[in-house]
Design a binder for this molecule. Sequence first.
Ligand code: ADP
Ligand code: ADP
Ligand code: MG
Length: 446
Amino acid sequence: MLKKVLIANRGEIAVRIIRACKELNIKTVAVYSDIDKDSLHTKLADEAVCIGKGPASQSYLNVKNILEAANITGADSIHPGFGFLSENAKFAKMCEECNIKFIGPNFSVIEKMGDKVNSKELMKKADIPVIPGMDLKDKDIKEIKEIANKIGYPVILKASNGGGGKGIRVVKQTKDLVEAINIVKKEAKQAFNNDDIYIEKYIENPRHIEVQVLADEFGNIIHLGERDCTIQRKNQKILEESPSIVLDDGLREKISKCAIKAVKASNYTNAGTVEFLVDKSKNFYFMEMNTRIQVEHPVTEMLTGVDIVKEQIRIASGEKLSYKQSKINFTGHVIEVRVNAENPSKNFMPSPGTITGLNLPGGNGVRIDSGIYSGYTISPYYDSMLAKIIVHGRDREEAIAKLKQALEELVIEGVDTNIDFLLKLITNDDFKRGSYDTSFVEEKLV
Ligand code: ADP
Ligand code: ADP
Ligand code: MG
């Protein structure tokens, strides 16, 4: 078993990983930027090393300082969490070269599957349905126009290296194409330091359905069912749940089989998520693979009882999966919401500041993953997610009722939050009925 894990992340996910390590009797090293000196993850780890200043480029993305911190503290492994360096194949390779186990897939697999363009090519070859699209690298405007016409409007432009819903634009007609290309390229350069873009057919009124997979280094693969992440704003997830009410058992089996096929075709190991879009006629298409732990992994953990982070560590330690597919049971219904420091009435503008009062809900079937405490100051440098509330009910109705209760008990003072917005969302009739698609929040709620 690995002996000492350095967590190359911050906030609630760093805390989540530290907890799993402690349960497994593994020593932990936190890294932090100077303004995160008083963060929960810094306090909870056995050791903590400052790796630079506030801006992520100088700290949480500072590969040299992170590797040095691992070296100084004698960490034998690095867990990258999500965001930051988690899908960075170069970083994973450097870890390997430094004899540090990267807790995730091999760098060559990240290269293949972490990239929206490469992964689609591979999936097509494996006979998995893929949204029609094309890489636009080195294409001029005239060629792009022809490609868009061939695909047929509406089309969607995406940053090839994108994530977190950034660098995405829908284009309804030719006359808007050039402007959209410029915007996406600019956003992609800013957010991902790479302005390669990709074009694909825009699937209208879809549901976002993803499948959680686990694979060890001995060829054993299992799936842990789906998560429905259709509730989004600006292509960013807000609420995730399982099971999805749009899947019947037949479709569920087909999608999970495709996810397993994707894992096999890419020689994938460790935890990963295969994302699909399901259209109105229940056709489904591979969209991308996230080669890392995801924000919404607790949904699956509560539904199945499997601790995904502990499985990641076991797999990275060279152990076999501790579950067989036939032993995975799905019980009840789970919903997660992301509580953010933001102001919904000011276009969801981030609201950094100091938390002056805090009451976290609890009770039967309520899980809170957070990195905050009363007196903690939220910095403007990082994303605005404060906590995730995850509830487990015997069915969807009970889960919604529990979530409503939890959100009503939750008090966060000192900063603006989206708590009232989340309450409005989960008490909406269309939401309760389950009749919505990815445009629901923007069209019906804001
Ligand atoms: P998930 O797919 O786990 O729901 P998100 O897509 O919401 O996760 O992203 C999780 C976090 O990681 C967010 O803070 C997001 O901004 C960030 N993120 C995701 N992908 C990337 C990426 N390629 N580069 C930088 N940050 C990313
Ligand atoms: P990211 O890497 O930012 O997570 P994704 O490719 O997973 O980017 O897309 C994020 C979201 O954007 C999806 O969940 C979906 O709501 C929307 N989206 C992406 N591609 C399409 C498409 N071809 N048609 C319709 N919606 C799409
Ligand atoms: Mg995605």
